[in-house]
Design a protein around this ligand. Structure first.
Ligand SMILES: NC(=O)c1ccc[n+]([C@@H]2O[C@H](COP(=O)([O-])OP(=O)(O)OC[C@H]3O[C@@H](n4cnc5c(N)ncnc54)[C@H](O)[C@@H]3O)[C@@H](O)[C@H]2O)c1
Length: 339
């Protein structure tokens, strides 16, 4: 009986001791977290005044959707830094124009490939070709995108599939193709051109918003996965621009130009490359657009007031429809445009 009682008391004491140790451990972890939190914020603030940028000269960089708009600007900016460029697009004519511009701007070498990013097998095939012909990719920039700009019930099933395939699932397949070599070297950089639409939706962008939020979530999760695996040499950058003056958004208007102007594509290209060189985790353009995430703290009526004020309900009212590279062919209902 006495032995049982002693055992019980020891058990109780042990339990209490473990609980106390757990609390102490948790307090110490929190203190360590707070110290590191302040230290890293201070470090980032100080580093803002120094121009620490990685060297991409001679690095192999793959840009998808390089034939036009933002992809072309990214390519030209990387060319100026002496990168080896691999340009993927479905638009061969536009891509060879980008290649010429990249060569003229100092790219070490330029390789163009036709690749339809809606097709997983084609992505894998072209990726193997790239590995054979050029080598392992150092920086992968998933930039290609489509935008249909239709209300949900007007979207064809095929429209929605295409948006998801090009804007999201193509990122899965390109990362699957090129990440293993990066992991083996513990070195590489994955970049996703998402959108402010990853942070807040707009009218007529159900499929697009879903695709961009998914692209954002995918790369953020992959970043954490690399961290958990101890692969600190693999960097990720998620880019979220507001509207940019490219053919993707012909006819889109901004209601508050003083607050959210349509961005210049040249400026966006430069800021994206700058963010990559600085190995930023997130690049939001304009930078203050990130405050939109505070919406989740607001009451419903205030959220609707805000989105109305920002024009998110009617930015696409004059959207001219999908562009067949340089030429507007359809309006937002899918009907051919008259001249
Ligand atoms: N323009 C904007 O307002 C804006 C804003 C935020 C984010 N973005 C994103 O930036 C990226 C680039 O957009 P952009 O404005 O330069 O558009 P863009 O239309 O000028 O260029 C997109 C490129 O993607 C290519 N592409 C489309 N479908 C393809 C496919 N199936 N296979 C291969 N290539 C394909 C096109 O040929 C084109 O060269 C997109 O992901 C877009 O969603 C654009």
């Amino acid at each position: 009986m006495l032995i049982l009682l002693v055992n019980y008391l020891i058990f109780k004491l042990e339990n209490r001791f473990n609980r106390v140790m757990l609390i102490i451990r948790s307090i110490l972890d929190t203190i360590e977290f707070l110290i590191l939190f302040c230290y890293y914020c201070l470090e980032a603030f100080i580093l803002m005044f120094f121009c620490l940028r990685k060297n991409v000269a001679g690095k192999i960089v793959l840009v998808t959707g390089s034939a036009n708009g933002i992809g072309r600007e990214i390519s030209i900016n990387l060319a100026r830094l002496g990168s080896i460029l691999i340009l993927w697009d479905i638009d061969e004519e536009g891509n060879s124009k980008t290649a010429d511009l990249a060569k003229a701007n100092g790219a070490l070498a330029v390789y163009t490939y036709k690749c339809d990013l809606r097709k997983r097998e084609e992505i894998y095939t072209v990726a193997e070709q790239v590995k054979r012909e050029v080598g392992d990719v150092d920086i992968l920039i998933n930039n290609a995108g489509v935008l249909k700009g239709k209300i949900f019930l007007d979207l064809l099933d095929s429209d929605m599939e295409e948006t998801l395939e090009v804007n999201t699932t193509a990122h899965f397949w390109t990362c699957k193709a090129f990440l293993p070599a990066m992991i083996a070297r513990n070195k590489g950089h994955l970049v996703s051109i998402a959108s402010v639409s990853s942070l807040v939706a707009s009218n007529k962008l159900t499929d697009y918003t879903a695709s961009k939020a998914a692209a954002f979530g995918f790369l953020e999760s992959l970043a954490f996965e690399m961290r958990a695996a101890g692969k600190k040499g693999i960097k990720t950058t998620i880019v979220c621009p507001y509207y940019v003056d490219t053919e993707l958004v012909t006819g889109v208007q901004t209601t508050r130009p003083f607050l959210f102007p349509i961005l210049d594509v040249g400026y966006v290209g430069k800021k994206i490359v700058d963010g990559i060189l600085k190995e930023k985790l997130y690049v939001v353009l304009p930078p203050y657009a990130r405050f939109i995430l505070l919406k989740i703290f607001l009451p419903a009526k205030v959220v609707f007031l805000l989105v109305e004020y920002l024009g998110l309900l009617n930015n696409l009212d004059h959207f001219r429809g999908e562009v067949q590279r340089g030429q507007v062919t359809k309006d937002s209902t899918g009907l051919p445009l008259e001249d």
